[in-house]
Unconditional design. Structure first.
Length: 220
């Protein structure tokens, strides 16, 4: 697309489309460049159509006809129609995808919900007997683990000062400390301890003070 020499302001204004598409002769290109510096209308329209060459590169050659006598306006209208049609197609595709995803969720939902619940680990619960002169309340849950035993302790009416601990005595008579904690102002505490001694080998559970005094014990 080329154009002959042009000199009038109105003619220069009409060169905008050819300037954007790179179809001006050297003399017209120089004339329009000088005109563009001082024409606010051309500067505004230039900003609106400056992306046209990139759009033309993206469009398939068979999709866009050669510009007619009306030039850039016709091309912009055709491109606008193509873009609206593309957006409609993409929106329809997105709707179909959403429906398919919902359908998959409906099909998979019952299967997922009917999967077996996690197997509950074997647990034995013991209520400790307070030692003479003690009013503590202690419950211990001994959970079987592959590595040994997990001990979940719940205590009430404990001393409100000092250090407290949970001990395990195995079948050989050996005592092992499996948890320790500081006393609370409320006398209440929940603690989890661990030991390599397996539940069948635990014989006695004891809650002691920091000085070794037994506050409560439970035989398994």
């Amino acid at each position: 697309m080329t154009s002959g020499p042009t000199s009038g302001p109105d003619d220069l204004h009409m060169l905008l489309g050819c300037f954007v598409l790179g179809g001006l002769s050297a003399s017209d290109h120089q004339a329009f460049t000088e005109h563009l510096r001082g024409c606010s209308q051309c500067q505004q329209e230039m900003g609106q159509v400056s992306g046209l060459p990139h759009l033309l590169d993206l469009a398939a050659p068979t999709d866009l006809p050669e510009p007619g006598p009306s030039g850039v306006p016709d091309l912009l209208v055709k491109l606008s129609r193509r873009r609206r049609r593309t957006r409609r197609l993409l929106a329809a595709a997105a709707s179909v995808a959403a429906v398919l995803l919902v359908g998959v969720g409906v099909l998979l939902g019952p299967r997922l919900s009917t999967s077996p619940a996690p197997r509950e680990l074997p647990t034995a619960r013991y209520a400790a007997v307070p030692a003479p002169g003690s009013s503590v309340k202690v419950e211990v849950a001994v959970v079987t683990r592959g590595w040994g035993s997990q001990l979940d302790v719940s205590c009430e009416q404990l001393p409100t000062g000092g250090e407290l601990s949970l001990w395990v005595r195995d079948r050989s008579g050996r005592a092992t400390q499996v948890a320790s904690w500081n006393a609370t102002a409320t006398g209440y505490a929940t603690v989890t301890g661990a030991t390599a001694v397996r539940p069948p080998d635990i014989r006695v559970l004891e809650v002691r003070t920091g000085t070794g005094q037994v506050l409560a014990s439970a035989s398994t």
